[in-house]
Design a protein around this ligand. Structure first.
Ligand code: SF4
Ligand code: SF4
Length: 444
């Protein structure tokens, strides 16, 4: 292990609020009576249903697939009967086709769920095939299909895989618990990714405020000479993949570039564990670790939740809301999470947390004029000038924001967090990014 805590330029020290759940072991959530499994919960093409109303399905059975390369199949998380295939709201804000399945209470596992062989025997192509068939996507939020990430063009040589154990978002502790409770699977998953892309080196970067996770992974990797555990100084957004690459390898991903441009691939903890399970048990991605937390929740927990379970059911298992109406419900953490207008949405592959804030905590603070203090510029980890980008975006001058590299913004929210005038910096910058991306798509 590298003993010195490493960090990057910019960023913010945010209150962690992890004490609510960091010591609570993962528990299995109650079996849902009904699930709504979205056919589009990833970046890329939506899936077409492989089942129809009235069909019976089993746990792990593939129920949706697309022929497009950038897509990921979806699987049933329970056994039961397909009741409907219908458009429903999902936590990303989209309305997509969902396969609604009523449980038969048997939890029968599909025949396709069986071990896929030893890592030594599997070829790189076979590992990528298993990951694709298991429907594994980035579980840290973006939902990019993992088999695509692990298939770089032949001219991009990957030498290092970095596992993101920072979990720098306040409140969230699901990855922390996985590192403590499933370290062997994480090391196995890392070795599988290394073999899949032919990388010689593996790194697991963990913020130093998780000493038990560092200890567990050091122990699990003690016989792996190509794997290093690196302790990182706690700072937000330490888990951003470009910051991690810079901190752990000293490499800088160029503007508009990808980690593969500097020989690296970054994978999230939950994703890495899902890869291990896909190989060892043949288990597709149909459940995940979720932190349910915040002052608005009666009994915060870390739960293993079946994909498609409603937020409402999960919140009820945590004792429901505390006194009074919740002020804000967020999928993910407070910095990069997505606000929800309803709890009638299903847990998806990217749902690492459900955060409930009280009305008092969520009260909007009135916005004032920019006082040109420069704090937003100081904290931006990408060296952008948020005040100008936001100003252009609010005036609809999206072309100008493009010239100032708005697409390099990682949407970390650090600028909004420090702004004394409470300007909607990250929010307006996000709008500019969406507008530019939509314009580029239209031009194609
Ligand atoms: S401009 Fe983007 S990357 Fe920079 S601090 Fe704001 S949200 Fe983060
Ligand atoms: S932090 Fe807020 S007030 Fe200060 S320069 Fe940036 S936008 Fe203006």
């Amino acid at each position: 292990m590298k003993l010195k805590d490493l960090t990057f330029k910019g960023g913010v020290n945010v209150p962690h609020h992890k004490e609510l759940t960091e010591k609570l072991p993962l528990e299995r959530a109650m079996e849902p009576e009904i699930v709504a499994i979205p056919l589009h919960q990833h970046t890329g093409a939506p899936c077409e249903p492989l089942v129809k109303v009235g069909d019976t399905v089993k746990v792990g059975q593939k129920i949706g697939e697309s022929q497009a390369f950038v897509s990921a199949p979806v699987h049933s998380s329970i056994s039961g009967t397909v009741k409907s295939i219908t458009p429903m709201a999902i936590p990303t804000g989209l309305t997509v086709n969902c396969v609604v399945i009523e449980s038969d209470g048997k939890n029968e596992i599909h025949e396709s769920v069986k071990p896929k062989g030893s890592l030594e025997e599997l070829s790189s192509k076979e590992i990528i095939g298993i990951i694709k068939e298991a429907g594994i996507t980035g579980m840290g939020g973006a939902g990019f299909p993992t088999h695509v990430k692990l298939s770089p063009p032949s001219d991009k040589k990957i030498d290092t895989i970095i596992i993101n154990g920072a979990e720098c978002e306040p409140y969230l502790t699901a990855d922390h618990r996985l590192m403590v409770e499933e370290p062997k699977k994480i090391v196995f998953g890392l070795k599988a990714i290394m073999k899949a892309v032919g990388a010689e080196k593996g790194i697991i970067g963990i913020e130093s405020n998780k000493p038990n996770a560092i200890e567990a992974l050091m122990d699990a990797s003690k016989n792996e000479k190509n794997i290093t555990i690196i302790s990182l100084r706690p700072k937000y957004p330490q888990g951003d993949e470009k910051r991690l690459i810079n901190v752990t390898l000293g490499r800088i991903v160029p503007s508009g570039g990808l980690p593969m441009d500097v020989g690296a691939v970054v994978s999230n903890i939950s994703t890495t564990k899902a890869i291990a399970e896909a190989i060892i048990e043949g288990k597709p991605l149909y459940e995940r670790a979720v932190t349910i937390t915040g002052s608005g929740i009666k009994e915060p927990k870390n739960l293993i939740v079946k994909i498609g379970t409603s937020f409402k059911d999960v919140i009820e298992q945590c004792g429901g809301f505390n006194e009074g109406a919740p002020g804000k419900i967020i999928m993910g953490g407070p910095m990069m999470g997505l606000s929800q207008y309803t709890i009638e949405v299903p847990v998806i592959k990217g749902s690492g947390g459900i955060l409930v804030l009280t009305e008092e905590e969520a009260k909007p603070i009135p916005m004032g004029p920019c006082i040109r203090c420069g704090r937003c510029v100081d904290v931006c980890p990408v060296n952008l000038q948020p005040l100008y980008l936001s100003n252009y975006s609010l005036r609809g001058k999206f072309d100008k924001t493009e010239k100032f590299h708005v697409l390099d913004c990682v949407e970390c929210g650090s600028c909004s967090y420090v702004c004394p005038a409470k300007r909607p910096l990250a929010e307006s910058i996000r709008v500019a990014k969406r507008e530019i991306i939509a314009k580029r798509k239209k031009a194609k």
